[in-house]
Write a protein that binds this ligand. Structure first.
Ligand code: DAH
Length: 354
């Protein structure tokens, strides 16, 4: 029952005050106990809340006299709660700090590190081997003219490779995206004098349907050597040295006659399948051999075209498919995996940077 006279209110006040004292907010054992005490007195139906609410039923004069007394009690209770809360919180922080340990001898966390793309690694590996064999590095533009991509390489005007079925032409311009790195043979010769020994790594483009072994964009490493008396036997020696460095000592190779307009004789080079020692598997299409590059002796017309005398100078050239080598080295079955940037695929090549 709410007190409705001054005397009754003062009695209620005395009860609440004594209850507050025995509740002992200032010595609450922990934060939940403290909160319980606060609610008991200052919650919506708390004892102190009710006492203060009852003031409004008293005459104005008495309210004026008693109001400050009630408010002072509330303030001192609130202050006691706040100071005990601060004490308990400090104690809690100190206790949890005591339980925390820092082991300064632990090795630091490694920051996450990027890595080179497997195609970049393979391309560099190929170029590095030739570098150790005395080859320089040469590059050329992706956007080329017909002369560097075809005519200077002895492709006749009606050669099917010039067809827009195979070649991306630039709309309204006499330009195209290079279909092979053989363009850089011409550029390197135009930019220097014989003798020359270069590798030309880079991206090439073909108007081709994409599938497990084809992509419209891929990579080649071209090689060109021009020197006095350089010929097919030198080509064989260089390629054998290269393939053994890449695939291991004693790697077996096979030169098959082929045709490329800028080299005569022309060959395609196979390596003995190293996934199935010759017995036949899907990687070698059950033949026991894997084609790995095209090569040949530089055609005299190509030398003449850049003003180098074919009576004095001769040479050889080769072109290696980087994706093909990377697929063989790492057992990748779908060439498209190199281009989708799926981290589950790329993370497998971690050791390549070690
Ligand atoms: N350019 C040829 C291709 O893309 C590959 C090639 C064959 C390059 C024979 C050569 C070579 O240098 O001698 O198919």
């Amino acid at each position: 029952m709410a007190p409705t006279s001054r005397a009754a209110w003062e009695q209620a006040y005395a009860r609440v005050e004594s209850a507050l004292r025995s509740a002992g907010a200032a010595s609450a054992a922990d934060l939940p106990a403290l909160e319980e005490t606060r609610i008991r007195f200052l919650g919506r139906k708390g004892e102190l809340t009710e006492l203060l609410k009852a003031l409004k039923d008293l005459p104005l004069e008495e309210r004026k006299a008693l109001g400050p007394k009630g408010n002072a009690l509330k303030e001192s209770f609130e202050a006691a709660i706040a100071s005990r809360r601060a004490e308990l919180e400090d104690a809690g922080d100190a206790a949890s700090l005591k339980n925390e340990t820092v082991d300064l001898t632990l090795p630091a966390l490694r920051p996450p590190r990027g890595r080179l793309h497997p195609l970049t690694v393979t391309l560099r590996e190929i170029a590095d081997i030739f570098h150790r064999m005395g080859y320089d590095w040469a590059e050329g533009p992706f956007v080329e003219d017909e002369r560097h991509n075809f005519s200077a390489l002895n492709f006749p005007p009606d050669h099917p490779a010039r067809d827009s079925q195979d070649t991306f032409y630039l709309e309204g311009l006499p330009l195209l995206l290079r279909t092979h790195t053989s363009t850089v043979q011409i550029r390197a010769m135009e930019a220097s004098r014989p003798p020359i020994r270069v590798v030309c790594p880079g991206r090439v483009f073909r108007h081709e349907q994409t599938d497990v072994t084809h992509s419209a964009v891929f990579h080649q490493v071209e090689g060109l050597v021009v020197d006095r008396g350089a010929g097919f036997s030198d080509l064989k020696g260089h390629l054998q040295t290269f393939l053994e460095a890449l695939l291991g000592r004693g790697t077996k190779t096979r030169f098959r006659p082929s045709y490329f307009p800028f080299v005569e004789p022309s060959a395609e080079v196979d390596v003995k399948c190293f996934l199935c020692p010759g017995s036949g598997c899907p990687a070698c299409k059950r033949t026991g051999w894997i084609e790995i590059l095209g090569a040949g002796v530089v055609h005299p017309k190509v030398l003449e075209g850049v003003g180098w005398d074919p009576e004095q100078w001769s040479g050889f050239a080769f072109g290696i498919g980087v994706e093909r080598v990377a697929m063989l080295l790492h057992g990748v079955r779908d060439l498209r995996d190199f281009y989708v940037n799926d981290l589950r695929f790329l993370n497998q090549f971690d050791e390549d940077l070690a």
